[in-house]
Unconditional design. Structure first.
Length: 292
């Protein structure tokens, strides 16, 4: 059975939520409606519905006009074509010198960029989410400050895009870990697709609980793009595994959670170097003080 999608964008959370509620009253009714902020700082929101019958395009046009949204784009997708759909929809992402793209956009890679090929897959971290984008921009900022690293750990790596970005600019011991073996497999596939076999060691691990991660400590740079709860729990371990003067790039933090995370890390020998927001997500760059 084919699936139909109807997608649009508009400005403002309140209007987007109102449009989403109005879509639920359509006939034929959607099987699901999603309302998401486009996390690039543009202030745009995406509203989409999924249908098992052809949606009423006239009704959609009226809703778009009523809520001052762009005209809906209606597409028919076979149930097995989700990854291909995502590939079509994901535009390249620029984060300073880094350029994250899918294979379908290989002709758009700027000559002066550091390219990172990431296809749509089953692991988090294509560069489009505000957290991953924030981490890449944080790495670019550290490079602008003259920071250099020969030992890097990417904890909760997803696609390993952050570890690969580090391996593009530095040589050394770069490790990427995730608690999900699927993510580890995807990370290794991404390394191969980028011609980077062996540049990053990918391992399945929770936190730093792996002999390889312990053997290479202390690190110069640690990425942890996860969520507030795990970040808080890992604070002592991240501190213990980072050299004095080393940097931690943390994300997966909602803006309203940032001060709580900062408070915990300040108690674990970290000072704030930089804080940035993209959409509803905050990225922190922290410098290790004192200690080991």
């Amino acid at each position: 059975m084919p699936t139909f999608t109807a997608l649009t964008t508009l400005t403002g959370k309140k209007a987007a939520e109102g449009l989403g509620e109005a879509m639920e009253r359509l006939d034929p009714e959607p099987t699901g409606v999603g309302v998401f902020e486009v996390e690039d700082g543009s202030g745009l929101w995406e509203v989409g519905g999924y249908f098992t019958e052809t949606p009423d395009e006239a009704a959609l046009a009226l809703l778009a006009a009523a809520f001052e949204a762009k005209p809906f784009v209606v597409s028919e997708l076979p149930e097995t074509d989700w990854v291909a759909h995502v590939r079509r929809e994901l535009a390249p992402v620029e984060a300073g010198r880094f350029f994250v793209y899918g294979g379908h956009d290989a002709d758009k890679v700027p000559a002066d960029s550091i390219p990172l090929l990431i296809e749509a897959a089953m692991a988090f971290g294509t560069g489009h989410h505000g957290t991953t984008l924030g981490c890449l921009k944080a790495l670019d900022w550290l490079l602008e400050q003259g920071f250099s690293a020969s030992k890097v750990a990417d904890i909760g790596c997803g696609t390993a895009v952050l570890a690969m970005a580090a391996a593009r600019v530095w040589e050394g011991d770069i490790l990427a870990s995730d608690i999900d073996q699927v993510a580890v497999d995807v990370a290794e596939a991404n390394l191969k697709a980028n011609g980077m076999n062996g540049a990053v060691q990918c391992i399945e691990a929770a936190g730093f609980d792996h002999p390889a991660l312990k053997a290479h400590a202390p690190y110069d740079l640690i990425f942890a793009n996860i969520l507030k709860g795990p970040l808080v729990a890992l604070a002592p371990e991240i501190s213990a595994n980072l050299r004095v003067g080393g940097q931690a790039i943390l994300s997966g933090i909602l803006n309203e959670q940032a001060q709580d995370v900062l408070s915990v890390y300040s108690q674990n020998e970290f000072n704030l170097a930089k804080i940035s927001e993209i959409g509803e997500w905050t990225t922190l760059i922290l410098t290790k003080q004192g200690g080991n």
